[in-house]
Ligand binder design. Structure first.
Ligand code: A3P
Length: 292
């Protein structure tokens, strides 16, 4: 069996960077060397931060509210850069929407391309990532592993995609410096998805879709309905959002709430994340305030 984790090298990282086991150094190099087209739209995130939800929303906006059906897979219409490699992305039809979990410095940039980044409270991320990981047979390290084991790996930056506290604050900072990066929060989407969709549509500035979203309640309602947790959880059982076979009790679209950490993290674990957030806030001002 192939291991779940693989390690690759990149000049921006000391040592090695953990990725999903399928990703070879060659595939990774072709991904980071991909030359973006000005019409590209990247959806970037650390895993378990609401990527699939955001991908589905963007797909619905772009298709005028037509949801994916049985036998279709979101990954086919929004390819995953480092999983597929740059060659596959190059062959995709323009305008492309591309998913990535890469750090900012590894991500291919073009000043005219657009980047949407979604972030989520790391306390909920570690819980979500734990359930994601124990659900895969090939996650040899954590099959039957405990949450406490997983928590340690998450804090040390050992999960596939590396250190949350490096990846997410860096993208946050860059989003404040660059107009072509739109930073979103999972928690804001949970609170008021309608206004988050409208802000997103404004950023995408696809005048045709934007005006539709602003004036067309019917389309807006379709986007909201087809991307709702209930609908996505039902669809995910048909393999629309995650091609992997998962155990029935660990669906990919799992719980979809904020604050799940309160029933999972010990006081000590919660404080350790608070500490990491405070440290990140010193390097990236404002980051520690996002969930305070
Ligand atoms: P939970 O495990 O906490 O339920 P990603 O797509 O980045 O891997 O993120 C997955 C997380 O987003 C999972 O969190 C999943 O349930 C949640 N999610 C997916 N679709 C959602 C939706 N429509 N509304 C709210 N949360 C959603």
């Amino acid at each position: 069996k192939r291991p779940f984790y693989a390690y690759v090298k990149h000049p921006s990282i000391d040592g090695e960077y953990p990725v999903i086991g399928h990703i070879t150094q060659e595939l990774f190099n072709s991904a980071v060397n991909y030359k973006p087209d000005p019409s590209d739209l990247f959806i970037a995130s650390y895993p378990k931060n609401g990527t699939t939800w955001l991908m589905n929303i963007i797909h619905l906006i772009k298709t005028n509210g037509v949801p994916l059906g049985k036998g279709q897979c979101l990954d086919d219409v929004i390819p995953f850069l480092e999983f597929e490699g740059g060659e596959v992305i190059k062959r995709a039809q323009k305008p492309r929407t591309i998913k990535t979990h890469l750090f900012y410095d590894m991500t291919p940039h073009n000043p005219d391309a657009k980047y949407v980044f979604v972030a989520r409270n790391p306390k909920d991320v570690v819980v979500s990532f734990y359930y994601h990981t124990v659900g895969f047979d090939e996650h040899y390290k954590f099959k039957n592993g405990t949450f406490d084991d997983y928590f340690g790996v998450f804090l040390s930056g050992g999960c596939d995609s590396g250190d949350y506290f490096k990846m997410v604050p860096e993208w946050f900072k860059k989003s404040q410096e660059r107009k072509n990066i739109h930073f979103m929060l999972y928690e804001d989407m949970k609170k008021d998805v309608r206004s988050e969709i409208l802000k997103l549509a404004e950023f995408l500035d696809d005048s045709y879709q934007q005006s539709l979203l602003e004036n067309d309640e019917e389309l807006l309602n379709k986007v909201i309905e087809f991307s709702s947790f209930k609908k996505m959880q039902k669809d995910s059982k048909d393999g629309v959002f995650c091609p992997e076979i998962r155990p029935a009790d660990l669906p990919f679209v799992r719980k979809g709430i904020t604050g799940d950490w309160k029933t999972h993290l010990s006081r000590d674990q919660s404080e350790r994340i608070d500490q990491r957030l405070a440290e990140a806030g010193r390097l990236y001002p404002g980051f520690d305030q996002l969930w305070s």
